[in-house]
Design a protein around this ligand. Structure first.
Ligand code: SF4
Ligand code: FES
Length: 230
């Protein structure tokens, strides 16, 4: 751990703006800036992942680090910032970790193969139960940040993978490849070395998008069904 003192931090600044101020000061002193991931700064891309005072994305609930504000801290506070810690997310530099294991899980089945040659049925012409559509939409809000993995004592990726499986398994469009998808994505998750779920629920608490544990239960059901029909 390295300590830095910084002044002139407004309570209205976002956490990443505070990091920008720090890095400007370091750069002007000819020092290396602290490396951290960021992109959208709108809570959408999931790249601004870090542990802040021992919590993924910091002390606020349902927000990413880029949407966390300095008003959540007191003037004079020492803030401890660490990279996400998991063997499956190797540290590249400072706060930047390699989350390509998530990409490989997505490549294993997190998509729908649809023929778009001209005979495609308009998706809006397929009736979908409102409750299911809402749950699919909720699952689709997962931004792949990895807070669930970094928070879990087992480094389990079940919340992430179950969100990516559920967003399709609840919809008619997702049924064609449903069995193949859940089997392949779970296999890739295991091959990457993520741990299993022991129902602690810390992932759900720290998830900035409020992804529900219900998705894990659904994925387990889908997985069993796929195993028995294969
Ligand atoms: S389930 Fe939540 S914590 Fe996990 S990757 Fe998705 S958004 Fe991030
Ligand atoms: S920078 Fe994109 S979610 Fe924070």
């Amino acid at each position: 751990m390295v300590s830095y003192d910084i002044d002139n931090i407004s309570p209205d600044m976002s956490f990443l703006e505070m990091m920008d101020v720090l890095n400007e000061e370091l750069t002007s002193q000819g020092l290396d800036p602290v490396a951290f991931d960021h992109d959208c700064r709108e809570g959408i891309c999931g790249s601004c992942s870090m542990f802040i005072n021992g919590e993924a994305h910091g002390p606020d609930r349902l927000v990413t680090t880029c949407q966390l504000h300095m008003r959540k801290f007191q003037d004079g506070d020492t803030i401890f910032i660490e990279p996400f810690r998991s063997n499956t997310f190797p540290v590249i530099k400072d706060l930047v970790v390699d989350r390509s294991s998530f990409d490989r899980i997505q490549h294993a089945g997190g998509f729908i193969s649809i023929n778009t040659s001209g005979n495609t049925q308009d998706a809006n012409s397929i009736p979908i139960d409102k409750n299911k559509a809402d749950k699919a939409f909720d699952a689709a809000t997962c931004i792949g940040c990895g807070a669930c993995v970094a928070t879990c004592k087992n480094s389990s990726a079940m919340l992430f993978v179950s969100a990516k499986v559920s967003q399709f398994s609840l919809l008619p469009q997702g049924q064609v490849e449903a069995n193949e998808r859940v089997l392949n994505m779970v296999k890739q998750m295991d091959d990457e070395g993520f741990g299993n779920c022991t129902n602690t629920g810390a992932c759900e608490v720290e998830c900035p998008k409020g992804i529900s544990l219900e998705n894990i239960a659904r994925m387990n059901r889908d997985y069993l069904k796929a195993k028995f029909s294969s």
